[in-house]
Design a binder for this molecule. Structure first.
Ligand code: B1M
Length: 221
């Protein structure tokens, strides 16, 4: 049986959590790779909803309903992604969160799931996270990396505040900061003094691995 990507996309456009969850379950039963199902089936629905919202063809409640459908699909696919990652000793601790004033969470959840699947210990602070909280949690958990997501051009500034908060806490040389989210660019990451930028969840995993390998090489080399 083939994956019904167009039905998945449509379940997001319809804001239909039951249908999204049942399509995700079917995909898992068929043994389809969960990441492909997310990327080719459900994420295109979110992109379309965003476009239609920008063109005033869909409205805020539609965006909210689409997000609920996406979360229902992810609730089925996430355990599968994590399971495929297998059990292994933690490769490092990563703190994740969305900037202050920003409640978009789906991309961040995906980044967290893939990091977990790749052996990282992930502590997700959720959405609308004050900069100081990133810093205090990093200290408390002796974290290796902080990942800050932002989906709005207005809340991207919060990523700079996290860099500054970490500086103030005297932790900047110990903890790496990575940033991401739809409006975020590599140039912005450089401008605010972050250690890296990832355009998507897969790249975020490679980035974190690279940053920590660099550190290990420095310690042992
Ligand atoms: Co909002 N929203 N939204 N929204 N929303 C956008 C982002 C928007 C582009 C839609 C549009 O106008 N076309 C627009 C932002 C415009 C801008 O600033 N440039 C927008 C707006 C305007 C708003 C409100 C202001 C609307 C209003 O109230 N008038 C409001 C703001 C609320 C707030 O945060 N204070 C708002 C609200 C909402 C909902 C609550 C309804 C809902 C979110 C629900 C939720 O998350 N629980 C929502 C949604 C769903 C969207 C869209 C449609 C989809 C976002 C999404 O989940 N994408 C979005 C349009 C779009 O992006 N096309 C839109 C799927 C997800 C898998 O992708 O999050 O990009 P994404 O994550 C990717 C990468 O970006 C990257 O990896 C992920 C996976 O590959 N990534 C990282 C993300 N974080 C990363 C961190 C990393 C590394 C990579 O390292 C740390």
């Amino acid at each position: 049986m083939q994956a019904d990507y167009s039905a998945m996309r449509q379940s997001i456009l319809d804001g239909a959590p039951e249908s999204a969850a049942s399509l995700a379950t079917q995909a898992v039963e068929q043994g389809l790779p969960p990441l492909e199902v997310i990327d080719h089936g459900f994420v295109p629905g979110m992109a379309e909803v965003g476009e239609q919202y920008a063109q005033h063809k869909l409205f805020l409640p539609d965006m909210l309903a689409a997000a609920e459908a996406m979360k229902a699909a992810m609730a089925v696919l996430e355990p599968e992604l994590k399971r495929q990652g297998g059990e292994r000793p933690p490769a490092g601790t990563v703190i994740l969160g969305t900037t202050k004033g920003d409640i978009h969470e789906i991309g961040k959840i995906l980044v967290g799931t893939l990091l977990t699947a790749n052996g990282f210990k992930v502590h997700d602070l959720g959405v609308d996270v004050p900069s100081e909280r990133f810093a205090s949690t990093a200290k408390e958990l002796n974290a290796d990396v902080i990942g800050v997501s932002a989906l709005l051009t207005t809340t991207m500034r919060g990523q700079r505040s996290v860099v500054e908060a970490l500086d103030r806490a005297g932790l900047r040389s110990q903890v790496k900061i990575i940033v991401g989210g739809a409006p975020v660019t590599r140039k912005w990451a450089e401008e605010i003094g972050a250690d890296g930028y990832a355009k998507d969840a897969i790249t975020a995993v490679a980035l974190v691995k690279g940053l920590l390998a660099e550190r290990l090489a420095l310690h042992h080399g």
